[in-house]
Design a protein around this ligand. Structure first.
Ligand code: GLC
Length: 631
């Protein structure tokens, strides 16, 4: 037996002391070890949590009601910015980061140090944030028929969201809008579920592409340059009666599953981390209390393992009037399978009622544990425990040139050419010559960035004027034409002005004013005046190209009759040059209608494949033009 030497004895004593001397407090708990499997970390952390800490994770509050004490005392797990909710108008990325990190600091100071996740509606770029790139709304992206373009937009959007320190985007909306009278139809890629399914490519853009061998239904976020996504609004939001927002989708099971559900299957395969529930009802049952579809189908059949979040005051609206029985709303929604509630303001009542329902047995602890497991699974998977704070080096991604060029590409590919005749000759008007003596640019939407971006831009309802950084269509025309060409702008000229103006041609831009959600519900679908009257005045005195800014098909025959050429530009966003790139022939027109263009609103709802289908322009319609560059 080897004699123990002095150094060996000393080393043994040292080791003995080190082991004895260390206490639990010194050994990091398993959940804090990033080397451990996510599921093990979830189980370990869940086992350490009190009911109050669990319920806090299920509570999402608006930034305006969040203070460090509120966050700490209620163990809040998530915050959001509602539409237009910003640190201050024009806040810089650094100021956003400072705000988000301030909230995070409070959450990380709790006993278990669980980071919060901050959500925002980055639905066509990081649209709440001044200076962000504003991409075309989804209806225009549907017209491109380019899923990979949408994935690239997701990549760019994730970087711009992270530039502000935010880790979660309430996108994509995968509604299948079946009636353009719906105020949210522009948030839908198409009436055709196949096109909507293809556009779920936004999810890997936002979150990163799932690895080989990925299990469908699990959440996936590839790290701190990516954000958690949200497939919304589950399910049937785009199928309500007459397109009435938040109303009732009356359709049999086969119709729901074949039209409104397919894109959720794509989203599962792509690892979408969260699913938001629709305000609407299915055959009279509110989606926010539909356990068969949430617990049974989404979590059961589709094996969804991320978390299910309510819409804004979504559980309040289970009852009519909204909030009239909040205790019932809390019980019904949580038991139906909702995991996180976008309260967003009345959190004390939510927490107190939920606590009471658990203590009374009306809600089982197993349901709470399922909800918190899912929330923690997303947070661990996306690395939030390892990187809870902003990365200042990412601030420069906001609105950078690469992203604006991408948006410009998306704009021109989204344009659908509905008419291209020649007034004076049989030569089509488009593409327009860049060199001309004098041209006219007119219309309410020609020099109005807010109008061309539409709803969900800077303000919840969108805005008018120079709301953010971007290029109006007038700006773009001036930049595109030959320096010798004189460009005259008149927002609403009379016919004599045009007739006597000696204009080689005119570009007139009119359309819908911005709207979001219910404010956009519209039964007659005519564009506001001055719109048609401007087109008629301008086109009576010069060859004219009309550019229509709208979130959907509108009553267009009178505009078509007056115009030599007409382009459906949807809601193009901040990069107006995408429109002139096609008007002047640098690129050809190639967009295809993502929606049926009706002859009359009396035909609605009318979708491709209907037995009686008598459109003005069918789904897929779009003229092309020759171009100097490839499409
Ligand atoms: C809104 C919308 C939803 C959005 C949420 C947060 O009411 O229905 O799409 O993500 O509230 O702004």
């Amino acid at each position: 037996m080897a004699l123990l030497t002095a150094p060996a004895v000393f080393a043994a004593l040292l080791l003995f002391w080190a082991v004895l001397g260390s206490t639990d407090a010194d050994v990091a708990p398993l959940y804090k070890d990033p080397a451990q499997p996510v599921e093990a970390r979830v189980t370990d952390l869940l086992g350490r949590m009190t009911l109050a800490e669990k319920i806090g994770q299920m509570t999402q509050i608006e930034r305006l009601v969040a203070t460090p004490d509120v966050l700490r005392d209620n163990f809040i797990g998530s915050l959001l910015s509602g539409g237009g909710s910003v640190p201050h108008k024009g806040a810089t990325p650094q100021e956003w980061q400072d705000m988000v990190d301030g909230f995070q600091k409070a959450c990380m100071s709790t006993r278990l140090g669980i980071p919060m996740i901050y959500g925002i509606d980055a639905v066509h770029g990081h649209n709440n944030v001044y200076g962000a790139t504003i991409f075309p709304h989804n209806v225009g992206l549907g017209a491109t028929r380019e899923p990979y373009l949408v994935r690239r937009i997701g990549n760019a959007t994730a970087l711009e969201v992270r530039a502000t320190g935010i880790q979660y985007a309430f996108a994509p909306c995968i509604a299948v809008c079946r009636d353009p009278r719906w105020g949210r139809c522009y948030e839908s890629y198409s009436e055709d579920h196949g096109i909507v399914q293809s556009m779920t490519e936004l999810i890997p853009g936002l979150q990163g592409e799932v690895p080989k061998g990925f299990t469908s239904g699990m959440p996936y976020v590839a790290g701190k340059n990516k954000v958690a996504a949200c497939a919304k609004h589950f399910v049937g939001d785009g199928g309500t009666v007459n397109g009435i927002n938040e109303n009732n989708t009356i359709i049999n099971q086969e119709g729901l599953m074949s039209i409104h559900m397919p894109a959720y299957l794509n989203a599962m395969k792509m690892g979408v981390s969260t699913v938001m529930i629709s305000y609407s009802s299915w055959n009279g049952k509110k989606m926010h209390e539909n356990g068969d579809l949430i617990n049974g189908y989404l979590k059961g059949k589709l094996n969804f393992k991320g978390f299910v979040i309510s819409d804004w005051e979504g559980i309040d609206r289970i009852t009519n009037p909204a909030g009239s029985d909040y205790s019932y709303s809390v019980k019904a929604s949580i038991n139906a399978g909702l995991d996180m509630i976008m309260v967003p303001n009345n959190f004390q009542s939510f927490i107190s009622l939920l606590t009471g329902h658990v203590n009374s047995g009306a809600i089982n602890m197993s349901r709470i544990d399922d909800a918190v497991t899912r929330i923690l699974r997303v947070k661990f998977t996306m690395g939030l425990f390892e990187n809870p704070y902003s990365d200042p080096s990412m601030a420069g991604y906001l609105g950078n040139k690469e992203h604006r060029d991408l948006a410009r590409e998306a704009v021109r590919k989204s344009l659908v050419l509905l008419k291209n005749d020649g007034k004076a000759s049989d030569k089509p008007l488009l593409p327009l010559p860049k060199k001309a003596t004098k041209i006219l640019v007119a219309g309410s939407h020609a020099d109005n960035l807010g109008y061309q971006c539409g709803g969900w831009t800077i303000e919840w309802q969108g805005d008018t004027g120079r709301t953010t950084v971007g290029t109006t269509i007038l700006d773009a025309v001036k930049a595109a034409v030959d320096p010798s060409t004189s460009v005259v702008f008149a927002e609403n000229p009379d016919a004599d002005f045009v007739k006597n103006g000696g204009f080689s041609y005119a570009i007139v831009v009119v359309g819908e004013h911005p709207y979001t959600e219910t404010k956009g519900d519209n039964l007659n679908l005519t564009i506001p005046e001055p719109g048609l009257s401007t087109v008629q005045a301008v086109c009576s005195g010069a060859p004219c190209a009309t550019v229509l800014i709208s979130g959907r098909p509108v009553v267009v025959q009178p505009l078509l009759a007056a115009s030599d050429a007409l382009v459906a530009a949807w809601l193009p966003g901040s990069e107006g040059q995408g429109i002139t790139d096609a008007l002047f022939g640098d690129y050809g027109f190639g967009g295809k209608l993502p929606r049926t263009w009706f002859k009359s609103v009396d035909q609605l709802p009318m979708n491709y494949g209907d037995a009686h289908y008598d459109p003005l322009f069918p789904l897929g319609y779009g003229l092309t033009t020759n171009a100097t560059k490839a499409y």
